[in-house]
Design a binder for this molecule. Sequence first.
Ligand SMILES: *Cc1c(COP(=O)(O)O)cnc(C)c1O
Length: 365
Amino acid sequence: MIPLARPVLGAEEEAAVVEVLRSGQLSLGPRVPEFERRFAARVGASHASAVSSGTAGLHLALRAVGVRDGDEVVTSPLSFVASANVIAYERAKPVFADVDPRTLNLSPDAAAAAVTSRTTAILPVHIFGYPADTPALERLGLPLVEDACEALGAVHADGVGVGGRGHPAVFAFYANKQMTTGEGGMVVTGSEAVKRRLDSERNQGRAPDMDWLDHDRLGFNYRLTDLASAIGIAQLDRLDGMLAARARVADWYREALAGIEGVELPCEDAGDERRGWFVFVVQLPRGVDRDAVIRALLERGIQSKPYLPAIHLMSFYRETYGHREGEFPVCEDVAARSVALPFFPELRESQVEQVAEGLREVLGA
Ligand SMILES: *Cc1c(COP(=O)(O)O)cnc(C)c1O
């Protein structure tokens, strides 16, 4: 079976975990700030706060830019559900705007049209690792929180890496991401005040200099352990190699899938924009039964999955906010046809060819 995703883990991660285990300090120890410093330097941010998941990071980042009960936050409907859920956590309203048909990221024009007097933030998602048009969204003059959970290694056209623009930007370390800590996340920011607030709210609202029995604000337990941070440090050491391997696998896919009639491939990098390769998602021709394709691939030993479903059409979002089909046509068309293929650094060229051959057969092309 060729799986959808598989992390790269070796002796270095093993040794790092054993070292923390033997130290006896599994949490609130030295590995957390070390991981934060290394990660911030890696993405070109001044500060970083490690948290227990990407979702936890997005939640804290929204609170840090001041999103509250009754506010509206403009965001993309073509994302993993977490980026919209975190808005609902604060009893604010996710206001969706359609995506750009090339990049599949929040369209700046659609976002501008969705802004009202109640909008207090914009939450773009760098979907499938392709950099969102953050410079255009910055011109709307509202606080931004970037969902960079799929975009480690991506670069904007002006040469600034995703995460390096100063807005809170959130990365995630679930096992299928560019690097993993099992579960985990990181919020990077250009603001020391935001970093202080994140550090407090991930730890029950405790100020760094406070007695552990006193708390001056509401907080959560969104801490990352030293075990996870140690894995993260080891993963950072091999990150360049893993990102290069992903880019190489993407090149093999482009070559192997070229010429399968009607199958659309991920957009190429435009100008100086660089994708941070996370998934390889193709769009099937209109009218093809996607579920049947996925089943037929599985019979050939190839895992694949619909990726991503439109958030506004999920039951919770339909029922809570009254969404219906037809509101965001670009997103809905893409969401109905997209299939993620096996994609990870150690995928071999022969396996990529096997996936392409399987898809060709299944589509009768
Ligand atoms: C992975 C991911 C997240 C965060 O996921 P966690 O499982 O909470 O770490 C958020 N947004 C997007 C777009 C993601 O792909």
